[in-house]
Design a protein around this ligand. Structure first.
Ligand code: ATP
Ligand code: MG
Length: 283
């Protein structure tokens, strides 16, 4: 793993994306990604992160001043190249990575580095990109783990989840470890939904799925969102993600590069050239 390379000016000062962008005309989506615009637009947000700096190894920052907000009821997508820090941002919002500076709030309450169990009890659900099921437990037992804080709600919640993902009801006695990667992703989403979260953090929900299943997952995410769950979704399938999200962020080298509605990002010439062109070829 290496620290991202940044341009250096004549005095040896590191030039950040924000510095270099200042000199050129900013596109609307670049301007919206600046600190000033973020501070203006993030007012009253359900989830809000300001100037997050975080990383795994001492001295190496992966998030390098990242701003983010999610308004009540929104479905917000996060796209960007491999290694941009998308998963790291979700993990940081969920308190799994030490925050070196900056803050995260939920409904205005400071939750920076709050432990996961507290976030779950505050209504935040998180579905990680990998290792997101208990493989030796059955689907049903995985769902029970999702409501360990409120076991009495199991039946009602499982009915709701099985309606969204019929496979989980039909194959409830099967061990999660025997499922495909995509099916495990559904188990993981189902488990997070068992707690009736108000905010769901999804890391690549469509990864490893066939195109038909991918579509289903995107449609279900919209349905879950329509039932009142606000969603933050990280996706490799950038175009599909931008099609269904209310707003999107393009993350690059641990910083926001662009943000706008999904529709505007999809048609932004710079976003297409830098992020959708190559990604689109991969799909
Ligand atoms: N557990 C870890 N320990 C040390 N470094 C890590 C760890 N996880 C991720 N990193 C590093 O952090 C950087 C960002 O990784 P991250 O997983 O957030 O990227 P990403 O945008 O989610 O990429 P992808 O699209 O491949 O999932 C990478 O350089 C990666 O090597
Ligand atoms: Mg990732």
């Amino acid at each position: 793993m290496s620290e991202p390379v940044f341009e250096v000016d004549e005095s040896g000062e590191e030039l950040t994306r924000a510095d270099t962008a200042q000199s050129a005309e900013l596109s609307p989506a670049e301007k919206a990604a600046t600190r000033e615009e973020h501070a203006r637009l993030a007012e009253g947000a359900l989830v809000r992160a300001d100037e997050l700096v975080a990383g795994y190894v001492p001295g190496v920052n992966i998030l390098r001043g990242c701003d983010f907000y999610l308004q009540e009821g929104e479905l917000v997508g996060i796209i960007g190249p491999n290694g941009a820090g998308k998963s790291t941002l979700l993990k940081t919002l969920f308190g799994l990575i030490p925050v070196r500076s900056g803050s995260v709030t939920l409904r205005g309450e400071n939750i920076t580095s709050a432990p996961a169990h507290r976030l779950v009890s505050l209504g935040v659900g998180y579905v990680p990109q990998n290792n997101n099921v208990f493989p030796s437990l059955s689907i049903e037992e995985n769902m029970q783990m999702g409501v360990y804080l409120r076991p009495k709600t199991f039946k009602d919640r499982f009915d709701y989840v099985a309606e969204l993902f019929p496979m989980l009801g039909e194959r409830r006695r099967i061990k999660a470890g025997s499922l495909s990667g995509g099916e495990r992703q559904m188990v993981a989403m189902g488990r997070a939904l068992m707690m009736d979260p108000s905010v769901l953090l999804l890391d690549e929900p469509s990864a490893g799925l066939s195109p038909a299943y991918q579509d289903e997952v995107f449609i279900r995410c919209r349905r879950i969102n329509a039932t009142g769950v606000s969603i933050i979704m990280v996706e490799q399938n950038a175009r599909r993600c931008l099609q269904i999200c209310d707003r999107g962020y393009v993350l690059d080298q641990g910083r926001n590069a662009y943000t706008a509605t999904g529709e505007s990002l999809m048609h932004d010439p710079k976003v297409i050239e830098l992020y959708l062109g190559t990604l689109a070829k991969a799909y």
